[in-house]
Design a protein around this ligand. Structure first.
Ligand code: NI
Length: 174
């Protein structure tokens, strides 16, 4: 099932998502939801997607395998938390499926330590760097009720149709 994306402005996008009860992760319903999240991420041409962006405010996000150095599969992070491992932040451009037609520059930590549960409820601990670390920080912001546009600068407006045909794939949306 493909979900519709929740666009800004929507009050829900600015609220913190609720923690997932680990006991629910292996339910048939949650497993189907995770599968549908991944499918939606690909159809909408995103590289990451938070559950709140499809209207379900729970601490869950998915990240495409193309940006996942940990393995060959798409990554699902449940109840994720991260801590910085680098002192300084780096600028780069980001886009967001919930804010179509615009990209902006935002500072993110280059290296972070992440702890979460995976799609089967198993504990995950890993270090993320560079663009992968950027995606995790962007998705965790969503789960905390924050959009990158709150902190970004140098906004660049792009043709919505151009985005659809992946002309701007250098700067994937998350
Ligand atoms: Ni986003």
């Amino acid at each position: 099932m493909i979900y519709d994306i929740v666009f800004e402005p929507t009050p829900m996008l600015h609220e913190r998502s609720a923690d997932v009860d680990p006991k629910e992760i292996n339910s048939r319903e949650m497993q189907k939801f995770i599968k549908d999240m991944v499918e939606t991420m690909y159809i909408k041409d995103g590289v990451g997607l938070a559950a709140i962006q499809v209207g379900r405010p729970i601490q869950l996000c998915v990240i495409t395998k193309n940006y996942n150095p940990l393995g060959k599969d798409d990554l699902c992070l449940i109840n994720p938390v991260w801590t910085k491992l680098s002192i300084t932040k780096e600028w780069d451009e980001e886009g967001c499926l919930s804010v179509p037609g615009v990209y902006g520059k935002i500072k993110r930590y280059k290296k972070i330590r992440v702890s979460a549960l995976d799609k089967k409820g198993k504990k995950l601990e890993f270090i993320a760097e560079d663009f992968f670390a950027r995606i995790v920080q962007h998705e965790c912001d969503h789960l905390g009720g924050h959009l990158y546009i709150e902190k970004a600068t140098d906004f660049r407006h792009v043709d919505k149709e151009a985005v659809k045909v992946k002309v701007n794939s250098k700067y994937p949306r998350v």
